[in-house]
Design a protein around this ligand. Structure first.
Ligand SMILES: Nc1ncnc2c1ncn2[C@@H]1O[C@H](COP(=O)(O)OP(=O)(O)OP(=O)(O)O)[C@@H](O)[C@H]1O
Ligand SMILES: CC(=O)N[C@H]1[C@@H]2OC[C@@H](O2)[C@@H](O)[C@@H]1O[C@H](C)C(=O)O
Length: 390
């Protein structure tokens, strides 16, 4: 029996487009075999990314997603967006779907409201990922797993982060205390203290690129490419200190957060800053808040290294500040660990993780770590959409 091949589709909070990866799982039980989750041994990656594409959202689709994130959409527009994203996901999946046994799609998060907060109108924990799975199932003829976060929220969890289950299954290593850190729109980490899933700690630390992106947008740019804007500016210390007082940082894990929380208009603004100074302050804030999360929650457990993924790993200024703030714990890239030889890179890791979550769901293995999401128990995350012939 050849190894399972799963197509993972990920569109993150930066809302820039869709990563599609084909994950091959040699050594894992065949799909539908009814086998139990096998005992893990050695180190990862326990899978191979054999193809990767990135399909940017066209500008009008991206603007519609950002409007939904800002709560600027009415229901007619949201309905259109749900099906429009389904078509975009199908277009991203189509070239690789014929080689896949199964498709796993995250969809596009437009709102993430992980806890009760009457001040912002959150009466209950809730989260919403858009993109109609039936469009992808009908268009490709492949079974599709989607809507991954709902079962965990219904079980009392935050529905996030979910990638840590896949990080543990694919990347954990016996005898190595490692953190896999994602710098996307939001910053999140998975602490893997060896092979024991009970020891995994995972949470969102706060903003990664989202505030830097907002600063860059004020200069007409999509992001602070290479950290150039931040290097031209000066950190405004009173603003930095005010931002670091945010109550979110003191909340203990399990915790998740979203772009709704990390917006410049929701942070104190003691003075009006120039764009370069704003970029410099946002970059320093990101690095300091991440380092503080490590100091509070991770370093006491013992940490050998941090491996960085996500678009922020391509911002040398952020990486320089982060390395300095985490010193003496070394900051490494996927390439430095040789993980790129299995196709794991900062741009494939999350789509590969959702491919594995979909594979585990299809195997009917509970595929969440409830101590990382706050749920009462592990759940079967993801619902299955199939076409009549699948
Ligand atoms: N060369 C670069 N220089 C600076 N920043 C970059 C560069 N390349 C990417 N980025 C940043 O990375 C962001 C995209 O990162 P990524 O694709 O990992 O986010 P995401 O997956 O959408 O978010 P999340 O993981 O929070 O869901 C961009 O918005 C940009 O800010
Ligand atoms: C609700 C949602 O989409 N959350 C994302 C987001 O992006 C990073 C962080 O916030 C994390 O909680 C999560 O993503 C990853 C993929 C996760 O669930 O593990």
């Amino acid at each position: 029996m050849s190894a399972a091949r799963v197509l993972g589709l990920m569109s993150g909070t930066s809302a820039d487009g869709i990563d599609a990866v084909l994950l091959e799982l040699p050594g894992w039980p065949a799909l539908g075999s009814g086998a139990a989750f096998p005992a893990l041994q050695g180190g990862g990656p326990r899978g191979r990314v054999v193809a990767h594409t990135f399909t940017p959202y066209p500008p009008d689709l991206r603007e519609a997603v950002l409007a939904a994130m800002r709560s600027d959409s009415h229901t007619a527009a949201l309905t259109q967006l749900h099906w429009w994203l389904g078509e975009a996901l199908l277009a991203a999946a189509a070239p690789l779907a014929a080689s896949a046994d199964l498709i796993a799609m995250h969809g596009q998060t437009v709102q993430h409201q992980p806890r009760v907060d009457p001040a912002v109108g959150w009466g209950r924990p809730a989260t919403l990922q858009l993109g109609e799975a039936a469009v992808v199932a009908q268009g490709t003829g492949r079974p599709v797993v989607a809507n991954f976060r709902a079962a965990d929220v219904a079980a009392g969890g935050q529905g996030a982060p979910l990638v840590p289950y896949a990080d543990w299954a694919l990347l954990s290593e016996a005898g190595m205390r490692r953190s896999v850190h994602n710098l996307g729109g939001i910053s999140n980490l998975t602490y893997l203290p060896g092979l024991d899933p009970a020891g995994v700690l995972a949470f969102d630390t706060g903003p990664a690129n989202c505030l830097m992106d907002e600063a860059a947008q004020r200069a007409g740019l999509t992001c602070d490419e290479g950290g150039h804007l931040a290097r031209q500016g000066t950190v405004h210390q009173p603003t930095l200190e005010a931002w670091l007082e945010h109550p979110e940082f003191l909340r203990p894990p399990p915790k998740s957060t979203g772009r709704e929380t990390w917006r410049l208009d929701r942070l104190p603004a003691p003075v009006v800053l120039s764009v370069p100074d704003l970029a410099a302050t946002a970059t320093a804030f990101t690095a300091h808040s991440i380092a503080a999360a490590y100091q509070r929650w991770v370093l006491p457990l013992g940490l050998d290294e941090v491996v960085v993924a996500g678009g922020g790993a391509r911002n040398p200024e952020l990486m320089r500040q982060l390395a300095a703030a985490l010193d003496p714990v070394p900051l490494r890239t996927f390439a430095e660990l040789g993980w790129d030889r299995a196709g794991f890179s900062d741009s494939t890791r999350e789509a590969a993780a959702f491919a594995f979550l979909g594979y585990a769901r299809a195997q009917r293995w509970p595929n969440t770590l409830p101590h990382t999401t706050g749920a009462r128990s592990a759940v079967l995350a993801g619902t299955l959409a199939e076409d009549a012939h699948a």
